[in-house]
Design a binder for this molecule. Structure first.
Ligand code: F6P
Length: 342
């Protein structure tokens, strides 16, 4: 078969491992040929491709980013976009398309699948907020990076008797904040799912320091909001999927904590550091399993489905279910984190 591949949305450690797995199993086991579409759906709209074979995939397993490039282009927001997609797939003689992405990329895949395009989805996001899969690759790497940062901030916080605020990614869900917060021994964790009361946070920090401990780590997800107000946004620009660019809530939290407690407070915004660099072993393995399962799904003609992790096994779910709802933080995990606050 002739199979097209694309990576869409924000990049994520492990994308190259998926590409490699699809191509290796496809070429060696099924005798497939591959076409790499550049920069997500944009490459399909513009018929912008690169050759993709086993040779091209050598050495990419541990590399972060994506050799195909990525974008947040939405064909359904571009004039003539869906027609251009179909024209490209026809002109390239594509039998099936493997779309690797998060809710937005997979949402487009679902719409195209409804229009008859043969597409298989692979879930990707460091935010881990796709409900149809227990976990997405990239999340484990992002948590490890955030935990390493928290560990480092702990030692400098102790030296200076400071509060350290760390802002991590997580637009709609606090998975990175909660998991890295637990792993790093954070005193406070703020997530998008539960608006935070800054005075209560300040009171707990004061009580904690009164007990004689002098370093507190506060982890804030970028999408966290205060009870009484709206989010602080770095920019109100929206992408083609209507998302505003977040970032900056950590600064507000740090200022408020310092003025309400009198404790010297510093802020670190981890930002895209969490998305860069080499994937952890866990993410390489999960991405590889997803890639192998995706090309198997192509040959089973299970079009309109996405591969997913469920109870340790790789399963297939419909693209419709995959994008139906976001997976917000498990309240039981948040409860575990709360044991250590204050
Ligand atoms: O969707 C994943 C994500 O990393 C979010 O956590 C973050 O808000 C967003 O991407 C950042 O996107 P960009 O790279 O376009 O600034």
């Amino acid at each position: 078969m002739r199979v097209g591949l694309l990576t869409g949305g924000g990049d994520c450690p492990g994308l190259n491992a998926v590409i490699r797995a699809v191509v290796r199993k496809g070429a060696q086991h099924y005798g497939d040929e591959f076409v790499g579409f550049l920069d997500g759906w944009r490459g399909v709209i513009e018929n912008h491709t690169m050759p993709l074979d086993v040779e091209r995939c050598r050495g990419i397993l541990p590399r972060g980013g994506t050799i195909l490039g990525s974008s947040r282009t939405n064909p359904f927001k571009v004039d003539g976009g869906p027609d251009a997609v179909e024209a490209t797939l026809r002109s390239q003689s594509i039998d099936a398309l493997v779309a690797i992405g998060g809710e937005d990329t997979l949402g487009v895949a679902r719409q195209l699948s409804d229009q008859g395009v043969s597409v298989i989805g692979v879930p990707k996001t460091i935010d881990n907020d796709l409900s149809a899969t227990e976990v997405t690759f990239g999340f484990h790497t992002a948590v490890q990076i955030a935990t390493d940062a928290i560990d480092r901030l702990h030692t400098t916080a102790e030296s200076h008797d400071r509060v350290m605020v760390v802002e991590v990614m997580g637009r709609h869900a606090g998975w990175i904040a909660t998991t890295a917060g637990i792993a790093g021994g954070a005193a406070e964790i703020m997530v998008p799912e539960e608006p935070f009361d800054i005075q209560a946070v300040a009171d707990r920090l004061k009580a904690r320091h009164d007990k004689g401990r002098f370093a507190s780590l506060v982890v804030v997800a970028e999408g966290a909001t205060p009870v009484e107000g709206s989010m602080v946004l770095q920019s109100r620009d929206k992408d083609a999927f209507g998302h505003v660019r977040l970032g900056g809530i950590g600064n507000l939290v740090a200022e408020e904590i310092e003025s309400r407690t009198g404790f010297e407070t510093r802020v670190t915004i981890l930002g895209h550091v969490q998305r860069g660099g080499t994937p952890t072993a866990y993410d390489r393995v999960l991405a590889t399993r997803f890639g192998v399962a995706a090309i198997d799904a192509v040959h089973d003609e299970a079009f309109g489905s996405m591969v997913a992790l469920h109870a340790g096994e790789i399963i297939r779910v419909s693209l419709a279910d995959a994008v139906a709802e976001l997976k917000t933080i498990d309240p039981r995990l948040l409860e575990v984190a709360r044991v250590f606050s204050g």
